[in-house]
Design a protein around this ligand. Structure first.
Ligand code: FAD
Ligand code: FES
Length: 254
């Protein structure tokens, strides 16, 4: 992990209020799937860096995909090609599908941003992606995922792909025997995690989740990002930035 100056190679709209930014890749840096990047904003009044999943990493560069939700992401969306940003990467524990046979990569909304690099680095595993979005305007990264593995897309309102909540669609496909995942790796809103715990279709499948918490330092020092995790010594407050962001869902106190 290091602090780098990265050149912006692309920064364009990818959906309603969603942007993709391609950054130059520092020599020798190979992030693992589900690691993240911590970007310093140029407006010095915005002191805290902003965390984003490393969506993809190729010879072309490092891709992030971000929704504009506040002042920091709005500022990011206004940066031009050729400018430089300071960023620390790669951060977090990451996750690999290697060693599994049939992983399902499950993304809810912007949570899908963590999946392309996981699929790219899946080794001998044969992943299938299930991506759920609110509506057609919010669908992003589907083409990239399709280029990496079989991909099912759904929208809550049926305006693109299959209609319904992505957890219900995955549960339907498992129950119908269309897919037999030996692990699920998921990133999305908390409701998805609760449904994964509740629906009996997922009862026998290991589930790993990439958590999002408000972050300060991003490197394990400030304890802003802690989350209760069940360990053999009882529940411990672990740091999502340094001990995570990936945890076994059944150990997370939601
Ligand atoms: C490890 C990690 C990876 C992330 N990856 C992505 C990604 O790939 N794409 C993406 O669009 N976003 C991602 N996020 C969320 C992203 O960091 C925030 O949306 C961003 O920092 C908001 O900055 P802002 O200044 O625009 O908003 P702020 O003004 O700080 O906040 C605006 C709104 O966003 C919410 N928010 C702010 N930070 C977070 C956060 N960390 N998690 C959840 N909600 C938040 C606030 O509660 C508020 O409602 C990730 C967060 C973490 C912790
Ligand atoms: S953000 Fe500081 S410890 Fe995680």
């Amino acid at each position: 992990m290091n602090d780098y100056k990265l050149k912006i190679l692309r920064n364009e709209k990818a959906g309603d209020g969603i942007y993709e930014m391609l950054l130059s890749r520092p020599v020798g840096v190979q992030p693992k799937g589900a690691q993240f990047i911590h970007i310093k904003l140029k407006n010095g009044a915005r002191v805290l860096r902003r965390p984003f999943c490393i969506c993809d990493c190729t010879d072309e560069g490092i891709l992030i995909c971000y929704a504009v939700v506040g002042e920091g992401t709005k500022e990011l969306s206004q940066y031009s090609v050729g400018e430089e940003v300071e960023a620390v990467l790669p951060l977090g524990n990451g996750w690999s599908a290697e060693g599994y046979k049939r992983p399902v990569l499950l993304g809810g909304g912007m949570g899908s941003a963590v999946l392309p690099l996981v699929a790219r680095l899946a080794g001998g595993a044969k992943p299938t992606a299930y991506l759920g979005y609110a509506n057609k305007g919010r669908v992003v990264l589907d083409k990239l995922m399709e280029s990496l593995c079989p991909t099912i897309v759904a929208t809550d309102d049926g305006s693109f792909g299959r209609k319904g909540y992505i957890t219900d669609i995955l549960a339907e496909d498992i129950t119908a025997g269309k897919i037999k995942p030996d692990v699920i790796f998921c990133c999305g809103p908390e409701i998805i995690y609760k449904l994964l715990l509740k629906n009996p279709a997922f009862a026998d499948i290991p589930v790993f989740v990439s958590l999002e918490k408000r972050m300060g330092c991003g490197v394990g020092a400030c304890l802003v990002c802690t989350c209760g995790i069940k360990t053999k010594d009882g529940v411990k407050n672990l740091r999502v930035c340094a001990d995570g962001p990936v945890f076994d869902l059944r150990e997370v106190i939601l």
